[in-house]
Write a protein of this length. Structure first.
Length: 204
């Protein structure tokens, strides 16, 4: 697959729909980052939806701040934040302007740029299958592997630095829907979606 083929780039109207619809359809799509001569690509295998003012676990639940203001834009932007003083997490802003919804990218299956991911994550080349599986099987690991940081917050997904490519839709019976991970509010909402039996999912 040509990861620089912009004809396969997801259009703006993909992102401006309801957050749960987008979250269900994101698994299987391709995340691409092309910057400083390094092209990274990975198949999205696990996501979580956060629905703005309707979701106590969303960063936007209490309103707009300097940190979360990009989430109030119309869908199609990258939202990156630093968490637990340890790592970055990346999200896809979705929905209509001022709604404040986003989908957290929890894990991807590496497709291109794996040699860079190995150095970014492990400081060496991956040797074992366990090494490979640990490259991008979590939101912090994903960002470290792809060199995603605060400088990418607000990146327009219609641009040429970070974008998503279309790919064959995953059959609904192969998508698992369950509760989100690592939150303390709205814990019972089944808004995590992942590809069944994919080895890069962070937690089954």
């Amino acid at each position: 697959m040509n990861y620089s083929d912009f004809s396969k780039k997801l259009k703006k109207n993909f992102y401006t729909r309801d957050v749960l619809i987008v979250a269900r359809e994101l698994p299987g799509k391709i995340l691409v980052k092309n910057e400083n001569g390094k092209l990274y690509a990975g198949k999205i295998v696990e996501v979580e939806a956060y629905d703005g003012l309707n979701d106590e676990a969303a960063h936007t639940f209490l309103g707009k701040t300097e940190r979360n203001k990009i989430m109030f834009e119309k869908g199609g932007y990258f939202y990156v934040y630093f968490t637990y003083g340890a790592h970055f997490c990346c999200n896809i802003v979705v929905g209509q302007k001022n709604h404040g919804a986003a989908v957290l990218l929890r894990a991807v299956e590496p497709l291109s740029g794996v040699e860079f991911m190995e150095v970014n994550r492990l400081r060496r080349n991956a040797i074992t299958k366990k090494d490979v599986l640990s490259l991008t099987n979590g939101p912090g690991k994903l960002c470290q592997a792809f060199e995603i940081n605060r400088s990418h917050n607000g990146e327009d997904l219609m641009g040429d630095k970070i974008y998503l490519l279309n790919a064959p839709k995953i059959r609904q019976e192969n998508i698992v829907q369950t509760k989100r991970i690592g939150i303390k509010k709205s814990v019972d909402l089944p808004w995590r979606f992942y590809i069944k039996d994919n080895h890069f999912v962070s937690k089954k």
